[in-house]
Design a protein around this ligand. Structure first.
Ligand code: C5P
Length: 244
């Protein structure tokens, strides 16, 4: 049995909050982490920051005591994805996304690659992107409604050995019911009264945790706040209120 880089979320609210570092360069990302300080333990590195800075950004963040959710949404042939799981692990990723749409062979190759590593990231399957509605799915040849497609892909990913999912707040209850042992990572979190921005299916930190979320991904409500540290404290308090 291997020990993942990412332990199961502890009860501490700080272990369940992931701040999305959606910045174009390391300087901006590190400035934000410095402003928030030790209140955060997890950050998300997505394509924008990763392409700008490369894997070195993961060790830079780790050197500041931060765990990294590497959100690269891998989708390629099984051999290539397995290799990417290995190098993401070496780089220090604690959580790593891949597209369930890559199919069972790709997912199994990723799960097998992780199982062979001393300190693997926890793999998270992305089912249907929240930007895909019924017409978008139809255009790529999927006639099933989005919810049915999400359920189909989640089940396939679980059977292929993937034990975590990224899903919207609306899907927490159904996913938690179907896969009670799965790690659920939830973006689209907005504290009560916060600007919704371009997000549609949003939830408050407390309601998402109460519904069964393992981790919450929060970007702009912290990164664009006039006082990011105060915004973080308020969200951590909300998480704590839901876990009592
Ligand atoms: O700023 P905001 O809190 O909306 O950021 C949410 C983060 O979660 C962003 O990095 C965004 O790309 C990501 N995300 C999302 N919705 C999904 C999947 C990922 O908002 N369905």
């Amino acid at each position: 049995m291997t020990t993942p880089n990412s332990p199961a979320p502890a009860n501490s609210p700080q272990d369940r909050l992931i701040v999305a570092l959606d910045f174009p360069d390391a300087a901006s990302a590190l400035a934000l982490t410095a402003r928030v300080g030790p209140a955060i333990r997890w950050v998300k590195v997505g394509l924008e920051l990763f392409i700008a800075e490369g894997p070195g950004i993961i060790s830079t963040l780790a050197a500041r005591g931060l765990n990294v959710f590497l959100d690269l949404k891998l989708h390629d042939i099984p051999n290539t994805v397995a290799g990417a799981v290995r190098t993401a692990s070496s780089a220090g990723a604690g959580l790593l996304t891949l597209h369930a749409g890559g199919g069972p062979a790709m997912l199994q190759a990723a799960a097998n690659a992780a199982a062979g590593l001393p300190n693997p990231p926890q793999l998270l399957a992305v089912t249907v992107l929240t930007s895909m509605d019924a017409p978008q799915l139809n255009a790529i040849g999927v006639s099933a409604p989005p919810a049915a497609q999400v359920a189909r892909l989640a089940s396939m990913a679980w059977t292929s050995g993937i034990r975590g999912f990224v899903c919207s707040a609306e899907e927490i209850t159904s996913t938690h019911t179907a896969f009670p042992d799965a790690t659920l990572v939830i973006p689209g979190i907005r504290p009560a009264g916060a600007a919704i921005g371009d997000q549609k299916r949003v939830a408050t930190p407390a309601s998402a945790i109460a519904a069964g979320a393992s981790y919450l991904v929060v970007g702009r409500p912290i990164t664009q706040a006039p006082d990011p540290a105060a915004a973080t404290t308020a969200i951590l308090r909300e998480i704590a209120s839901a876990t009592k």
